[in-house]
Design a protein around this ligand. Sequence first.
Ligand code: NAP
Length: 542
Amino acid sequence: MIDENAYDVVVVGAGFSGLYAIHRVRQLGLRVRCFEAGDGVGGTWYWNRYPGARVDIESMQYSYSFDDGLQQEWRWPEYFSPQEDLEAYANHVADRFGLRSDIELNARVNRLAFDERANRWHVSTENGHHVTAKYIVAATGSLDAMNLPPFPGLESFGGQWYHTARWPKEGVRFDGKRVGLIGTGSTGIQATPVIAQSAEHLFVFQRTAAYSLPAYNRPTDPAYERAWKADYPQRRAKMFGHFAASYTENDQYRSVFDYSPEERQRILEEAWAARNGLLFMRTFSDISTNLEANEIVAEFVRGKIRATVRDPKVAELLCPTTYPIGAKRICMDTGYFEAFNRDNVTLVDVRANPLAEITPTGLRTTADEYDLDIIVFATGFDAVTGSLTRMNVTGLGGLDLREKWRDGPTTFLGFLVAGFPNLFMIHGPGSPGVLVQMITGGEWQVDYVTKIIEDMERSGRQRIDTAPEWEQRWNVEVEEAAKRTLYNYADSWYVGANIPGKPRIFMIYIGGFDRYIQRCTEQVANGYEGFVFDGSVPAEPR
Ligand code: NAP
């Protein structure tokens, strides 16, 4: 008799990677069930529906490549899609490929336990589902577990408060309201100008100023769309061979020091006028690796802030000076700095005067009190590991993933954790994750993992694992790649520095998507070197 609750594969999360994983697993002829916490599909683009939410990569590339019919028929109205267009796209994909019948919505996974005698995972959800599966594909997203710092007094607040990553579907009305926005990362920077348009007054509480570049969003030019569609296969192929899984017309750039100061200025001005944020960061080859080169570009960007913000004191406060440009994810905005020229927007420096408490009527810093009707927390995420550890995962011998990762995450090739067999992470710690274009990166990882599943099913294997020596070796590769850059100079979520007590480890493989593909592929081609099947003895790393 068939056990209805026994699946070959459980996919956790119906974001972009999860949706594709369902599709691929089905193509293998295996039984799959996807559990999704939200009441709709889209993952990041389902949850992050705050005002101004928009992707920072051109939509012609930030989209699936696996089906040419899909990429030819879909139309992106804007260069950088707003949240609603990305959510609509996810829904279209779910319908077009008939994925919904395998997705359980409103089902947050709260327990994953490996049964080592049966080689099966037991999966439970908050709303009472209990199933088993041979394999887990954890497509839980790098930026899912929201970070709400424990501000004292929040429960006493008499107004409304929201976290940007759990924004209500019906939206929030700001007109006539005094609004406090905490956090000036990519999210706060996108939300500020939009909230400012309708709020009676907006107070932006800034702890660290951010580098932000103009998005130059615009309606999609039909000629640009035609060029992409005519050339999609070639461009996608280039993306799969590109260090950031992106397509750029020209990656021939040189050191800042190859140019005279006047030439640099001209190049930067041209790039500022013509290139969106992420491309601007590729103006010179050494921006991310040489502090002196970085400072030249950082100072150029500070100059743009000073030229935009009329009040020199506010402008200076908005100038980031404590870390190199690009060492935190560069932000892209539409009118962020301009918003501080409005009479109804006030910047509050909570570096100098930290937030002390939330009060029944607003918020108190160590210097002042602010009466507020609404507080918006744009305070980010327990990134990369949070969505995995919050599922209460236990592997061999009942080992808890939180315990295993107490001193920082360890993985082999960013997708497998020793002692947690048959559990495949997409965009997990040690993978290129958010430092590459994530839809393409996720597609590649899903293809890789489903190929492993296919191989295992064909050869009758029950269990795939790795060994701590191989994790250590991969961690060294991840660390070495990070050391070649300036990323460690910033207290960012990349290193877990935004969460008090989280071990400081660079959690993302920055050696390049192309290099990552090569490394993953060669380990498999070398007779699955570094992997352990069915409890066999692992090979020693060379
Ligand atoms: P974030 O970059 O972590 O920024 C969080 C902000 O909250 C920071 O300004 C932080 O200040 C502040 N904050 C946190 N705790 C605080 C506290 N206790 N007191 C005062 N301020 C506090 O989070 P995010 O803006 O949500 O962005 C996260 C990532 O999501 C981005 O880096 C990006 O990868 C992605 N994202 C992308 C887009 C896009 O595609 N355009 C849009 C939004 C987000 P400190 O810097 O001082 O810690």
